[in-house]
Design a binder for this molecule. Structure first.
Ligand code: SRM
Ligand code: SF4
Length: 565
Protein backbone atom coordinates (compact mmCIF):
# COMPACT_ATOMS: atom_id res chain seq x y z
CA UNK A 1 0.00 0.00 0.00
CA UNK A 2 1.48 3.34 -0.96
CA UNK A 3 1.95 5.85 1.85
CA UNK A 4 0.12 9.19 1.90
CA UNK A 5 2.03 12.06 0.40
CA UNK A 6 3.27 14.75 2.75
CA UNK A 7 1.27 17.97 2.82
CA UNK A 8 4.17 19.81 1.20
CA UNK A 9 3.55 17.70 -1.93
CA UNK A 10 -0.04 18.99 -2.07
CA UNK A 11 1.15 22.57 -1.65
CA UNK A 12 3.70 22.21 -4.45
CA UNK A 13 1.16 20.55 -6.75
CA UNK A 14 -1.45 23.26 -6.12
CA UNK A 15 1.00 26.16 -6.26
CA UNK A 16 0.62 26.85 -9.97
CA UNK A 17 4.35 26.50 -10.56
CA UNK A 18 5.36 28.13 -7.26
CA UNK A 19 3.03 31.13 -7.43
CA UNK A 20 0.68 30.02 -4.66
CA UNK A 21 -1.17 33.03 -3.30
CA UNK A 22 2.04 34.92 -2.64
CA UNK A 23 0.91 38.13 -4.28
CA UNK A 24 -2.31 38.15 -2.23
CA UNK A 25 -0.36 37.34 0.94
CA UNK A 26 2.06 40.20 0.34
CA UNK A 27 -0.84 42.59 -0.23
CA UNK A 28 -2.76 41.52 2.90
CA UNK A 29 -2.42 44.46 5.34
CA UNK A 30 -4.03 42.67 8.29
CA UNK A 31 -1.03 40.57 9.32
CA UNK A 32 2.76 40.62 9.10
CA UNK A 33 2.67 36.96 8.07
CA UNK A 34 1.75 35.22 4.82
CA UNK A 35 -0.81 32.45 4.28
CA UNK A 36 0.29 29.07 5.73
CA UNK A 37 0.74 27.38 2.32
CA UNK A 38 2.69 30.37 1.06
CA UNK A 39 5.26 29.87 3.83
CA UNK A 40 6.25 26.72 1.90
CA UNK A 41 6.03 28.31 -1.55
CA UNK A 42 8.15 31.33 -0.60
CA UNK A 43 11.10 29.08 0.27
CA UNK A 44 11.56 28.26 -3.42
CA UNK A 45 11.94 32.01 -3.95
CA UNK A 46 14.76 32.14 -1.37
CA UNK A 47 12.94 33.38 1.70
CA UNK A 48 11.66 32.05 5.03
CA UNK A 49 9.02 33.51 7.25
CA UNK A 50 10.45 33.77 10.78
CA UNK A 51 9.67 35.52 14.03
CA UNK A 52 11.87 36.93 16.76
CA UNK A 53 11.96 34.07 19.27
CA UNK A 54 13.52 36.27 21.96
CA UNK A 55 10.21 38.11 22.30
CA UNK A 56 7.76 35.42 21.20
CA UNK A 57 6.49 34.70 24.70
CA UNK A 58 6.25 38.35 25.65
CA UNK A 59 4.15 39.05 22.56
CA UNK A 60 1.97 36.03 23.24
CA UNK A 61 1.23 37.35 26.73
CA UNK A 62 0.42 40.72 25.21
CA UNK A 63 -1.93 38.92 22.79
CA UNK A 64 0.06 40.22 19.84
CA UNK A 65 0.88 38.12 16.82
CA UNK A 66 4.53 36.96 16.71
CA UNK A 67 7.04 39.55 15.52
CA UNK A 68 7.09 38.25 11.94
CA UNK A 69 9.83 39.06 9.53
CA UNK A 70 11.55 37.33 6.62
CA UNK A 71 15.00 35.92 6.06
CA UNK A 72 16.24 36.25 2.49
CA UNK A 73 18.98 33.98 1.16
CA UNK A 74 20.87 34.60 -2.07
CA UNK A 75 21.88 32.12 -4.74
CA UNK A 76 25.57 32.77 -5.30
CA UNK A 77 27.33 29.83 -6.97
CA UNK A 78 30.86 29.41 -5.60
CA UNK A 79 30.24 32.38 -3.28
CA UNK A 80 31.72 34.90 -5.72
CA UNK A 81 30.44 38.49 -5.84
CA UNK A 82 31.70 41.87 -6.91
CA UNK A 83 32.43 44.75 -4.52
CA UNK A 84 29.45 46.58 -6.05
CA UNK A 85 27.19 43.63 -5.19
CA UNK A 86 28.56 43.58 -1.65
CA UNK A 87 27.79 47.28 -1.27
CA UNK A 88 24.28 46.78 -2.65
CA UNK A 89 23.50 43.99 -0.17
CA UNK A 90 24.99 46.01 2.67
CA UNK A 91 22.81 49.00 1.73
CA UNK A 92 19.71 46.79 1.52
CA UNK A 93 20.44 45.35 4.93
CA UNK A 94 20.77 48.84 6.42
CA UNK A 95 17.53 49.94 4.82
CA UNK A 96 15.29 46.90 5.12
CA UNK A 97 16.92 44.20 7.28
CA UNK A 98 18.67 44.06 10.64
CA UNK A 99 21.77 45.94 9.46
CA UNK A 100 24.05 42.88 9.36
CA UNK A 101 25.06 40.51 6.58
CA UNK A 102 25.23 36.81 7.36
CA UNK A 103 27.67 34.68 5.34
CA UNK A 104 26.36 31.13 5.35
CA UNK A 105 27.96 27.71 5.37
CA UNK A 106 26.84 27.45 1.72
CA UNK A 107 28.67 30.52 0.44
CA UNK A 108 25.56 32.68 0.34
CA UNK A 109 24.34 35.86 2.00
CA UNK A 110 21.38 35.97 4.34
CA UNK A 111 19.50 39.09 5.28
CA UNK A 112 17.43 38.74 8.45
CA UNK A 113 14.50 40.75 9.77
CA UNK A 114 12.87 42.07 6.58
CA UNK A 115 9.22 42.89 7.28
CA UNK A 116 6.57 41.80 4.80
CA UNK A 117 5.91 45.29 3.49
CA UNK A 118 9.61 45.67 2.55
CA UNK A 119 10.05 42.22 1.08
CA UNK A 120 9.36 43.12 -2.53
CA UNK A 121 11.63 46.17 -2.54
CA UNK A 122 14.42 44.11 -0.97
CA UNK A 123 14.04 41.35 -3.56
CA UNK A 124 14.07 43.96 -6.32
CA UNK A 125 17.18 45.57 -4.86
CA UNK A 126 18.97 42.22 -4.77
CA UNK A 127 18.02 41.53 -8.39
CA UNK A 128 19.06 45.04 -9.42
CA UNK A 129 22.50 44.08 -8.12
CA UNK A 130 22.38 41.10 -10.52
CA UNK A 131 22.06 38.54 -7.74
CA UNK A 132 18.97 36.41 -7.37
CA UNK A 133 17.47 34.29 -4.63
CA UNK A 134 15.68 31.75 -6.81
CA UNK A 135 15.99 28.20 -5.48
CA UNK A 136 18.18 29.34 -2.57
CA UNK A 137 15.75 27.33 -0.40
CA UNK A 138 12.95 24.80 -1.12
CA UNK A 139 12.80 21.32 -2.67
CA UNK A 140 15.22 22.06 -5.47
CA UNK A 141 18.94 22.09 -6.10
CA UNK A 142 20.26 24.82 -3.77
CA UNK A 143 23.26 27.11 -4.14
CA UNK A 144 26.14 25.17 -5.71
CA UNK A 145 29.30 25.27 -3.62
CA UNK A 146 32.73 25.51 -5.14
CA UNK A 147 36.19 25.96 -3.71
CA UNK A 148 36.64 29.72 -3.72
CA UNK A 149 40.40 29.61 -3.43
CA UNK A 150 41.81 31.60 -6.30
CA UNK A 151 45.48 30.68 -5.88
CA UNK A 152 45.49 28.33 -8.85
CA UNK A 153 43.29 30.71 -10.76
CA UNK A 154 43.27 29.05 -14.15
CA UNK A 155 41.83 25.77 -12.88
CA UNK A 156 39.76 27.51 -10.28
CA UNK A 157 38.14 29.74 -12.84
CA UNK A 158 37.28 26.72 -14.96
CA UNK A 159 35.82 24.79 -12.03
CA UNK A 160 33.94 27.86 -10.85
CA UNK A 161 32.37 28.20 -14.31
CA UNK A 162 31.06 24.66 -13.93
CA UNK A 163 29.46 25.55 -10.61
CA UNK A 164 27.61 28.44 -12.27
CA UNK A 165 26.50 26.28 -15.21
CA UNK A 166 25.41 23.52 -12.85
CA UNK A 167 23.39 25.90 -10.72
CA UNK A 168 21.67 27.39 -13.76
CA UNK A 169 21.05 24.04 -15.43
CA UNK A 170 19.13 22.72 -12.43
CA UNK A 171 17.10 25.87 -11.70
CA UNK A 172 13.29 25.72 -11.85
CA UNK A 173 12.04 27.12 -15.16
CA UNK A 174 8.88 28.72 -13.73
CA UNK A 175 8.46 32.46 -14.26
CA UNK A 176 6.76 32.76 -10.84
CA UNK A 177 9.82 34.41 -9.28
CA UNK A 178 9.92 37.13 -11.91
CA UNK A 179 6.17 37.72 -11.73
CA UNK A 180 5.85 37.90 -7.96
CA UNK A 181 8.92 39.99 -7.19
CA UNK A 182 9.95 41.76 -10.36
CA UNK A 183 6.63 42.64 -11.93
CA UNK A 184 7.07 40.48 -15.02
CA UNK A 185 3.87 40.12 -17.00
CA UNK A 186 1.96 37.03 -15.96
CA UNK A 187 2.18 33.96 -18.15
CA UNK A 188 -0.35 32.30 -15.88
CA UNK A 189 1.52 29.13 -14.97
CA UNK A 190 1.87 25.76 -16.63
CA UNK A 191 5.47 26.31 -17.77
CA UNK A 192 7.40 23.17 -18.66
CA UNK A 193 9.65 21.88 -15.89
CA UNK A 194 11.61 19.28 -17.86
CA UNK A 195 13.93 18.30 -15.02
CA UNK A 196 11.87 19.00 -11.90
CA UNK A 197 8.35 18.30 -13.25
CA UNK A 198 5.14 19.28 -11.44
CA UNK A 199 6.10 18.78 -7.81
CA UNK A 200 9.82 19.54 -7.92
CA UNK A 201 12.10 17.37 -5.79
CA UNK A 202 10.96 15.38 -2.76
CA UNK A 203 13.26 17.47 -0.57
CA UNK A 204 16.12 19.96 -0.66
CA UNK A 205 19.05 18.89 -2.81
CA UNK A 206 22.63 20.08 -2.39
CA UNK A 207 25.59 20.05 -4.71
CA UNK A 208 29.25 20.98 -4.28
CA UNK A 209 32.43 20.93 -6.31
CA UNK A 210 35.71 20.43 -4.45
CA UNK A 211 39.18 21.12 -5.75
CA UNK A 212 41.71 18.87 -3.94
CA UNK A 213 43.66 19.17 -1.76
CA UNK A 214 41.04 21.51 -0.26
CA UNK A 215 37.76 20.06 0.91
CA UNK A 216 36.50 23.34 2.32
CA UNK A 217 33.11 22.68 0.72
CA UNK A 218 32.75 19.41 2.69
CA UNK A 219 31.88 17.58 -0.50
CA UNK A 220 30.90 14.37 1.31
CA UNK A 221 28.09 16.18 3.14
CA UNK A 222 26.30 16.74 -0.18
CA UNK A 223 23.57 14.90 -2.06
CA UNK A 224 25.74 15.27 -5.15
CA UNK A 225 29.39 16.20 -5.34
CA UNK A 226 32.15 16.57 -7.88
CA UNK A 227 35.82 16.31 -6.98
CA UNK A 228 37.94 18.07 -9.59
CA UNK A 229 40.69 15.86 -10.97
CA UNK A 230 43.76 17.70 -12.15
CA UNK A 231 46.41 15.99 -14.23
CA UNK A 232 49.49 17.88 -15.35
CA UNK A 233 47.91 21.03 -13.88
CA UNK A 234 44.86 20.68 -16.14
CA UNK A 235 41.26 19.82 -15.28
CA UNK A 236 40.55 16.41 -16.82
CA UNK A 237 37.23 15.73 -15.11
CA UNK A 238 35.52 15.00 -11.83
CA UNK A 239 35.00 12.12 -9.46
CA UNK A 240 31.28 11.91 -8.74
CA UNK A 241 29.94 11.53 -5.19
CA UNK A 242 26.35 10.86 -4.15
CA UNK A 243 24.28 10.42 -1.03
CA UNK A 244 25.82 12.69 1.60
CA UNK A 245 23.83 14.69 4.12
CA UNK A 246 23.94 15.88 7.69
CA UNK A 247 20.38 16.30 8.97
CA UNK A 248 19.03 14.03 11.69
CA UNK A 249 16.30 14.07 14.33
CA UNK A 250 17.04 13.41 18.01
CA UNK A 251 15.85 9.97 19.06
CA UNK A 252 14.85 8.84 15.56
CA UNK A 253 17.27 6.26 14.23
CA UNK A 254 15.67 6.24 10.80
CA UNK A 255 17.46 9.57 10.37
CA UNK A 256 21.24 9.98 10.40
CA UNK A 257 24.12 11.90 8.88
CA UNK A 258 25.72 10.08 5.98
CA UNK A 259 28.91 10.55 4.00
CA UNK A 260 28.62 10.45 0.24
CA UNK A 261 29.97 7.51 -1.78
CA UNK A 262 32.50 8.11 -4.52
CA UNK A 263 30.90 6.35 -7.50
CA UNK A 264 33.13 7.05 -10.48
CA UNK A 265 34.54 9.64 -12.84
CA UNK A 266 33.14 11.85 -15.59
CA UNK A 267 34.70 14.36 -17.95
CA UNK A 268 33.79 18.05 -17.69
CA UNK A 269 31.44 17.88 -20.67
CA UNK A 270 29.56 15.00 -19.00
CA UNK A 271 29.04 16.86 -15.71
CA UNK A 272 25.65 18.42 -16.45
CA UNK A 273 24.28 15.17 -17.81
CA UNK A 274 25.40 13.29 -14.70
CA UNK A 275 23.95 15.95 -12.40
CA UNK A 276 20.63 16.08 -14.26
CA UNK A 277 20.20 12.31 -14.10
CA UNK A 278 21.12 12.06 -10.43
CA UNK A 279 18.49 14.72 -9.76
CA UNK A 280 15.93 12.86 -11.89
CA UNK A 281 16.51 9.60 -10.02
CA UNK A 282 15.94 11.38 -6.74
CA UNK A 283 12.89 13.12 -8.24
CA UNK A 284 11.40 9.75 -9.18
CA UNK A 285 12.47 7.58 -6.23
CA UNK A 286 12.87 9.94 -3.25
CA UNK A 287 10.35 9.43 -0.45
CA UNK A 288 7.53 11.95 -0.83
CA UNK A 289 5.62 10.88 2.26
CA UNK A 290 7.95 11.23 5.26
CA UNK A 291 9.96 14.40 4.73
CA UNK A 292 12.57 13.50 7.30
CA UNK A 293 13.42 10.44 5.20
CA UNK A 294 13.26 12.14 1.82
CA UNK A 295 16.85 13.11 1.08
CA UNK A 296 18.87 11.26 -1.54
CA UNK A 297 20.98 9.68 1.23
CA UNK A 298 17.95 7.66 2.33
CA UNK A 299 17.00 6.72 -1.23
CA UNK A 300 20.51 5.31 -1.63
CA UNK A 301 20.71 3.77 1.84
CA UNK A 302 17.35 2.01 1.35
CA UNK A 303 17.86 0.80 -2.22
CA UNK A 304 21.61 0.31 -2.17
CA UNK A 305 24.46 2.04 -3.97
CA UNK A 306 24.53 -0.74 -6.59
CA UNK A 307 20.90 -0.04 -7.47
CA UNK A 308 21.70 3.64 -7.71
CA UNK A 309 24.67 3.07 -10.04
CA UNK A 310 22.54 0.85 -12.29
CA UNK A 311 19.76 3.44 -12.37
CA UNK A 312 22.20 6.22 -13.20
CA UNK A 313 24.09 4.36 -15.89
CA UNK A 314 20.93 3.11 -17.52
CA UNK A 315 19.63 6.71 -17.76
CA UNK A 316 22.99 7.98 -18.98
CA UNK A 317 23.33 5.06 -21.43
CA UNK A 318 27.04 5.00 -20.69
CA UNK A 319 29.17 4.02 -17.71
CA UNK A 320 31.07 6.31 -15.42
CA UNK A 321 34.84 5.83 -15.53
CA UNK A 322 36.75 4.42 -12.57
CA UNK A 323 37.21 7.05 -9.89
CA UNK A 324 40.64 8.70 -10.11
CA UNK A 325 43.16 9.24 -7.33
CA UNK A 326 42.79 12.37 -5.23
CA UNK A 327 43.54 13.37 -1.69
CA UNK A 328 42.24 16.03 0.62
CA UNK A 329 44.42 17.61 3.25
CA UNK A 330 41.96 19.93 4.97
CA UNK A 331 38.39 21.20 5.08
CA UNK A 332 39.11 24.55 6.73
CA UNK A 333 40.19 27.88 5.24
CA UNK A 334 43.69 29.33 4.96
CA UNK A 335 43.93 32.77 6.47
CA UNK A 336 45.96 35.83 5.59
CA UNK A 337 47.55 36.84 2.29
CA UNK A 338 48.38 34.29 -0.40
CA UNK A 339 49.86 35.08 -3.80
CA UNK A 340 48.11 33.59 -6.83
CA UNK A 341 49.81 32.18 -9.91
CA UNK A 342 49.19 35.41 -11.81
CA UNK A 343 50.84 37.61 -9.17
CA UNK A 344 47.52 38.81 -7.70
CA UNK A 345 47.05 38.57 -3.93
CA UNK A 346 44.16 37.11 -1.94
CA UNK A 347 43.38 37.88 1.70
CA UNK A 348 41.21 35.50 3.74
CA UNK A 349 39.59 37.20 6.71
CA UNK A 350 38.04 35.37 9.64
CA UNK A 351 34.39 36.36 10.18
CA UNK A 352 32.94 35.31 13.53
CA UNK A 353 30.19 32.77 12.58
CA UNK A 354 29.89 34.58 9.26
CA UNK A 355 28.11 37.52 10.92
CA UNK A 356 29.28 40.77 9.32
CA UNK A 357 28.44 43.36 11.95
CA UNK A 358 30.04 46.29 13.74
CA UNK A 359 31.07 45.33 17.25
CA UNK A 360 33.26 47.14 19.78
CA UNK A 361 36.84 46.81 18.51
CA UNK A 362 35.92 45.11 15.22
CA UNK A 363 33.83 46.99 12.71
CA UNK A 364 33.44 44.35 10.01
CA UNK A 365 30.46 45.98 8.38
CA UNK A 366 32.07 49.40 8.10
CA UNK A 367 35.52 48.03 7.33
CA UNK A 368 34.33 45.74 4.55
CA UNK A 369 32.18 48.54 3.15
CA UNK A 370 35.27 50.74 2.89
CA UNK A 371 37.28 47.89 1.40
CA UNK A 372 34.51 47.22 -1.16
CA UNK A 373 34.63 50.90 -2.15
CA UNK A 374 38.28 50.68 -3.22
CA UNK A 375 38.69 46.99 -4.11
CA UNK A 376 39.08 46.16 -7.81
CA UNK A 377 39.00 42.36 -7.62
CA UNK A 378 36.14 40.26 -6.29
CA UNK A 379 34.92 38.96 -2.95
CA UNK A 380 34.50 35.28 -2.21
CA UNK A 381 32.41 33.76 0.56
CA UNK A 382 33.86 30.51 1.87
CA UNK A 383 31.84 27.51 2.95
CA UNK A 384 33.36 28.07 6.39
CA UNK A 385 31.58 31.42 6.76
CA UNK A 386 34.72 33.46 6.05
CA UNK A 387 35.58 35.98 3.34
CA UNK A 388 38.34 36.23 0.74
CA UNK A 389 39.25 39.63 -0.67
CA UNK A 390 40.48 38.24 -3.94
CA UNK A 391 42.51 39.51 -6.86
CA UNK A 392 44.42 42.37 -5.22
CA UNK A 393 47.37 43.90 -7.10
CA UNK A 394 50.56 43.95 -5.01
CA UNK A 395 50.57 47.74 -5.07
CA UNK A 396 47.07 47.86 -3.59
CA UNK A 397 47.75 45.57 -0.65
CA UNK A 398 48.85 48.38 1.71
CA UNK A 399 45.51 50.17 1.30
CA UNK A 400 43.61 46.99 2.18
CA UNK A 401 45.96 46.28 5.09
CA UNK A 402 45.40 49.79 6.42
CA UNK A 403 41.62 49.30 6.39
CA UNK A 404 41.95 45.88 8.03
CA UNK A 405 44.01 47.53 10.75
CA UNK A 406 41.80 50.61 11.11
CA UNK A 407 38.58 48.62 11.57
CA UNK A 408 39.92 45.72 13.63
CA UNK A 409 39.47 42.98 11.01
CA UNK A 410 42.73 41.24 11.93
CA UNK A 411 41.27 38.42 14.02
CA UNK A 412 42.78 36.00 11.47
CA UNK A 413 46.21 36.99 12.86
CA UNK A 414 45.38 37.03 16.56
CA UNK A 415 42.82 34.27 17.12
CA UNK A 416 43.66 30.72 18.10
CA UNK A 417 43.48 28.01 15.42
CA UNK A 418 40.53 26.60 17.38
CA UNK A 419 38.56 29.81 16.90
CA UNK A 420 39.57 30.29 13.28
CA UNK A 421 38.26 26.86 12.35
CA UNK A 422 35.08 26.89 14.43
CA UNK A 423 31.61 27.09 12.90
CA UNK A 424 28.21 27.81 14.37
CA UNK A 425 24.83 27.92 12.70
CA UNK A 426 22.46 30.88 13.14
CA UNK A 427 20.10 29.24 15.66
CA UNK A 428 18.36 31.70 18.04
CA UNK A 429 16.72 34.14 17.77
CA UNK A 430 15.66 33.72 14.13
CA UNK A 431 15.75 29.99 13.42
CA UNK A 432 12.38 28.41 14.06
CA UNK A 433 13.95 25.00 14.65
CA UNK A 434 16.65 25.96 17.16
CA UNK A 435 16.59 24.08 20.45
CA UNK A 436 19.68 25.81 21.86
CA UNK A 437 21.98 28.73 21.13
CA UNK A 438 24.77 28.37 18.56
CA UNK A 439 26.08 31.57 16.89
CA UNK A 440 25.54 33.67 20.03
CA UNK A 441 27.09 31.01 22.26
CA UNK A 442 30.12 30.02 20.19
CA UNK A 443 32.51 32.84 21.29
CA UNK A 444 32.02 32.10 25.01
CA UNK A 445 32.30 28.37 24.63
CA UNK A 446 35.48 28.75 22.59
CA UNK A 447 37.01 30.92 25.31
CA UNK A 448 36.38 28.14 27.83
CA UNK A 449 37.84 25.47 25.56
CA UNK A 450 40.83 27.72 24.86
CA UNK A 451 41.49 27.88 28.62
CA UNK A 452 41.60 24.06 28.72
CA UNK A 453 43.86 23.92 25.69
CA UNK A 454 46.30 26.30 27.33
CA UNK A 455 46.46 24.10 30.43
CA UNK A 456 47.41 21.14 28.24
CA UNK A 457 49.93 22.99 26.06
CA UNK A 458 47.59 22.85 23.08
CA UNK A 459 46.96 26.55 22.43
CA UNK A 460 48.37 26.38 18.91
CA UNK A 461 46.55 23.18 18.01
CA UNK A 462 43.94 23.33 15.30
CA UNK A 463 40.90 21.46 16.57
CA UNK A 464 37.75 21.57 14.48
CA UNK A 465 34.80 22.48 16.67
CA UNK A 466 31.28 23.12 15.43
CA UNK A 467 28.05 24.02 17.22
CA UNK A 468 24.49 23.78 15.97
CA UNK A 469 21.30 24.68 17.76
CA UNK A 470 19.59 21.45 16.71
CA UNK A 471 20.39 18.16 14.96
CA UNK A 472 19.62 19.46 11.46
CA UNK A 473 23.33 20.06 11.10
CA UNK A 474 23.56 23.44 9.34
CA UNK A 475 27.19 23.92 10.39
CA UNK A 476 27.96 20.31 9.35
CA UNK A 477 28.69 19.32 12.97
CA UNK A 478 28.91 15.58 12.35
CA UNK A 479 32.16 16.11 10.46
CA UNK A 480 33.86 18.02 13.29
CA UNK A 481 36.44 16.70 15.70
CA UNK A 482 34.29 18.14 18.50
CA UNK A 483 30.66 19.15 18.09
CA UNK A 484 27.85 20.39 20.26
CA UNK A 485 24.41 19.67 18.84
CA UNK A 486 21.54 21.49 20.54
CA UNK A 487 19.12 19.41 22.59
CA UNK A 488 17.33 22.04 24.70
CA UNK A 489 18.07 25.42 26.25
CA UNK A 490 21.71 25.28 27.40
CA UNK A 491 21.96 21.56 26.67
CA UNK A 492 23.77 19.73 23.91
CA UNK A 493 24.78 16.32 22.64
CA UNK A 494 28.57 16.12 22.48
CA UNK A 495 30.08 14.41 19.44
CA UNK A 496 33.79 13.63 19.00
CA UNK A 497 36.11 11.97 16.50
CA UNK A 498 35.66 13.57 13.08
CA UNK A 499 38.77 14.35 11.09
CA UNK A 500 40.14 17.59 9.61
CA UNK A 501 39.49 16.56 6.01
CA UNK A 502 35.72 16.10 6.05
CA UNK A 503 36.09 12.37 5.38
CA UNK A 504 34.95 10.84 8.67
CA UNK A 505 31.80 11.20 10.73
CA UNK A 506 32.13 11.74 14.47
CA UNK A 507 30.18 9.79 17.10
CA UNK A 508 27.89 10.67 19.97
CA UNK A 509 30.03 10.74 23.12
CA UNK A 510 27.84 12.34 25.81
CA UNK A 511 24.15 13.03 25.64
CA UNK A 512 22.28 16.06 26.89
CA UNK A 513 25.13 17.83 28.69
CA UNK A 514 25.31 21.43 29.82
CA UNK A 515 28.43 23.53 29.34
CA UNK A 516 30.17 22.16 32.40
CA UNK A 517 29.27 18.62 31.37
CA UNK A 518 30.75 19.15 27.92
CA UNK A 519 33.94 20.69 29.29
CA UNK A 520 34.31 17.92 31.89
CA UNK A 521 33.84 15.27 29.21
CA UNK A 522 36.48 16.88 27.00
CA UNK A 523 38.99 17.42 29.80
CA UNK A 524 40.54 13.90 30.01
CA UNK A 525 40.57 13.61 26.21
CA UNK A 526 42.46 16.87 25.85
CA UNK A 527 44.83 15.89 28.66
CA UNK A 528 45.59 12.58 26.93
CA UNK A 529 45.98 14.31 23.59
CA UNK A 530 48.42 16.82 25.10
CA UNK A 531 50.59 14.00 26.46
CA UNK A 532 50.29 11.17 23.96
CA UNK A 533 49.70 12.60 20.48
CA UNK A 534 52.11 11.87 17.70
CA UNK A 535 53.76 14.68 15.76
CA UNK A 536 51.14 16.69 13.86
CA UNK A 537 48.46 14.15 14.74
CA UNK A 538 45.03 15.84 14.65
CA UNK A 539 42.78 15.48 17.69
CA UNK A 540 40.13 13.36 15.97
CA UNK A 541 42.72 10.97 14.51
CA UNK A 542 44.31 10.68 17.94
CA UNK A 543 40.96 9.78 19.50
CA UNK A 544 40.37 7.06 16.94
CA UNK A 545 43.94 5.66 17.13
CA UNK A 546 43.78 5.58 20.92
CA UNK A 547 40.35 3.94 20.85
CA UNK A 548 38.99 6.84 22.90
CA UNK A 549 36.14 6.98 20.43
CA UNK A 550 33.89 4.08 21.42
CA UNK A 551 34.79 1.08 19.26
CA UNK A 552 31.21 -0.04 18.74
CA UNK A 553 30.43 3.23 17.07
CA UNK A 554 33.63 3.75 15.13
CA UNK A 555 33.24 6.69 12.81
CA UNK A 556 32.14 6.03 9.28
CA UNK A 557 34.72 6.95 6.70
CA UNK A 558 34.22 7.83 3.07
CA UNK A 559 33.41 4.71 1.11
CA UNK A 560 35.00 4.24 -2.27
CA UNK A 561 33.33 0.90 -2.65
CA UNK A 562 32.77 0.36 -6.32
CA UNK A 563 35.85 1.75 -7.93
CA UNK A 564 39.38 1.59 -6.65
CA UNK A 565 40.88 4.99 -5.97
FE1 SRM B 1 20.17 24.71 7.26
C1 SRM B 1 16.88 24.37 7.98
C2 SRM B 1 20.13 27.87 8.32
C3 SRM B 1 23.18 25.16 5.87
C4 SRM B 1 20.56 21.30 7.10
N1 SRM B 1 18.72 25.92 7.96
C5 SRM B 1 17.41 25.62 8.13
C6 SRM B 1 16.59 26.86 8.46
C7 SRM B 1 16.08 27.44 7.19
C8 SRM B 1 15.48 26.65 9.51
C9 SRM B 1 14.09 26.37 9.03
O1 SRM B 1 13.88 25.46 8.21
O2 SRM B 1 13.18 27.06 9.49
C10 SRM B 1 17.72 27.74 9.09
C11 SRM B 1 17.50 29.24 9.03
C12 SRM B 1 18.17 29.90 10.20
C13 SRM B 1 18.19 31.37 10.12
O3 SRM B 1 17.54 32.02 10.95
O4 SRM B 1 18.87 31.92 9.27
C14 SRM B 1 18.94 27.18 8.40
N2 SRM B 1 21.37 26.27 7.03
C15 SRM B 1 21.23 27.46 7.62
C16 SRM B 1 22.46 28.32 7.44
C17 SRM B 1 22.16 29.81 7.33
C18 SRM B 1 23.42 28.03 8.61
C19 SRM B 1 24.58 28.98 8.77
O5 SRM B 1 24.78 29.36 9.90
O6 SRM B 1 25.28 29.30 7.80
C20 SRM B 1 23.03 27.67 6.18
C21 SRM B 1 22.48 28.27 4.93
C22 SRM B 1 23.09 27.66 3.73
C23 SRM B 1 22.71 28.29 2.43
O7 SRM B 1 23.23 29.38 2.13
O8 SRM B 1 21.96 27.67 1.67
C24 SRM B 1 22.51 26.26 6.33
N3 SRM B 1 21.58 23.46 6.52
C25 SRM B 1 22.82 23.85 6.10
C26 SRM B 1 23.68 22.71 5.98
C27 SRM B 1 25.15 22.73 5.59
C28 SRM B 1 25.34 22.49 4.13
O9 SRM B 1 24.36 22.40 3.39
O10 SRM B 1 26.48 22.39 3.71
C29 SRM B 1 22.93 21.61 6.34
C30 SRM B 1 23.43 20.14 6.47
C31 SRM B 1 23.61 19.47 5.16
C32 SRM B 1 22.35 18.80 4.75
O11 SRM B 1 21.47 19.47 4.20
O12 SRM B 1 22.22 17.60 5.00
C33 SRM B 1 21.61 22.08 6.68
N4 SRM B 1 18.91 23.11 7.45
C34 SRM B 1 19.30 21.79 7.39
C35 SRM B 1 18.17 20.97 7.72
C36 SRM B 1 18.15 19.42 7.80
C37 SRM B 1 17.90 18.82 6.46
C38 SRM B 1 17.73 17.31 6.54
O13 SRM B 1 18.09 16.63 5.60
O14 SRM B 1 17.19 16.83 7.52
C39 SRM B 1 17.10 21.85 7.98
C40 SRM B 1 15.66 21.48 8.39
C41 SRM B 1 14.84 20.98 7.26
O15 SRM B 1 15.21 21.03 6.08
O16 SRM B 1 13.75 20.50 7.56
C42 SRM B 1 17.61 23.18 7.81
FE1 SF4 C 1 18.46 26.22 12.90
FE2 SF4 C 1 19.12 23.76 13.56
FE3 SF4 C 1 19.99 24.80 11.29
FE4 SF4 C 1 20.99 25.65 13.54
S1 SF4 C 1 21.17 23.55 12.79
S2 SF4 C 1 20.26 26.96 11.84
S3 SF4 C 1 19.26 25.54 14.90
S4 SF4 C 1 17.90 24.37 11.75
Amino acid sequence: MSKALSDVERIKAQSNRLRGTLTESLNNPVTGSIAPDDTTVIKFHGSYQQDDRDIREERRLQKLEPDYSFMIRTRLPGGVCTPAQWLALDALSQKYANGTLRLTTRQAFQLHGVVKTDLKQTMQGINAALIDTLAACGDVNRNVLCNPNPVDSRVHAEVYDWSVKLSEHLLPKTRAYYEVWLGEEKVGGGEEEPILRDTYLPRKFKTAIAVPPHNDVDVFAHDLGFIAILEGGKLVGFNVTVGGGMGATHGDDTTFPRLADVIGFCTPDQLLQVAENVVKIQRDFGDRSARKNSRLKYTIENRGIGWFMDALESRLEWKLGAARAYSFDHNGDRFGWVEGHDGKWHLTLYVDSGRVADRPGSAYLTGLREIACIHKGDLRLTANQNLIIAGVAAAERPQIDALVEKHGLGAFRTSTPLRLNALACVALPTCALAMAEAERYLPDFLTKVEQRLTVHGLTDTRIHLRITGCPNGCARPYLAEVALVGKGPGRYNLFIGGDTRGERLNVLFKENVDEQGALDALEPLLAAYGKLRQAKEPFGDFLVRSALVPAATRPTTVRRALQQV
